[in-house]
Design a protein around this ligand. Structure first.
Ligand code: IMP
Length: 203
């Protein structure tokens, strides 16, 4: 992929994610499409053991199905005292269809005996870019913090209310979206992707 692609498919139906990428990469002449425009695209089962495996599988499969350069992501929370769980199971921890609150409560319960000094956790986001010819690139962002003992804050989603970002002394659910994006795993991975595209635009 020596040159900048004219179009990139973002492998999600979530328009929030697509708009976040469009906002970040406003200055480059790239059209970003979403899966909403490809209703017949195959569903990809996220059954890998790592975020990289899942993101690459999704990007590869959809690049081949659509003939477009495709960006896919996988992300989640890894808690050290739980041997890295929920990890790649983050979206369905506590059962398929469980609410965000149920998922947070399950983590808190599993960690009830864990002392404050051992509540280290990290959010990870992996973006994979694949082109139909088989070229692949991976961009990884990590954000470190700790798991508190109750839910705090109402913004954000997922595990945000139990994840304390220590530099601010706030949970991700207490931070506004811009402040979270500046330090979050997803923000970091997206900025790495942005730099990669910039380099191709101005070689
Ligand atoms: P994905 O859509 O397969 O990447 O699912 C990732 C899951 O990890 C989400 O459903 C959330 O439960 C969790 N997760 C990922 N990023 C965040 C975040 O920024 N805040 C809170 N939870 C997150």
């Amino acid at each position: 992929m020596p040159h900048l692609p004219q179009k990139i498919l973002i492998a999600t139906k979530n328009l929030g994610k697509v708009n976040e990428i469009r906002d970040l990469i406003q200055d480059l002449p790239i059209e970003f499409l979403s899966l909403a425009e490809f209703p017949d695209a195959p569903d990809v089962v996220e059954d890998g053991e790592t975020f990289e495996e899942n993101a690459l599988k999704k990007a590869r499969t959809l690049a081949l199905a659509t003939g477009l350069v495709t960006l896919a992501d996988d992300s989640g929370l890894c808690v050290e005292a739980l041997n890295g769980r929920p990890g790649v199971l983050s979206a369905r921890y506590s059962g398929e269809g469980s609410s965000d609150e149920e998922k947070c409560l399950r983590i808190l319960e599993e960690m009830s005996e864990i002392p404050d000094s051992e509540r280290y956790a990290r959010f990870v986001c992996v973006l994979a870019l694949a082109d139909p010819g088989g070229e692949e690139y991976v961009f990884r962002g990590v954000c470190e913090g700790r798991i508190i003992r109750e839910l705090k804050g109402t913004k954000g989603f997922g595990y945000d209310p139990i994840f304390l970002y220590e530099e601010e002394g706030l949970t991700f659910a207490e931070m506004d979206r811009q402040s979270k994006n500046l330090v979050s795993h997803r923000g970091l991975a997206l900025r790495k992707f942005g730099v990669f595209l910039e380099q191709r635009a101005r070689p």
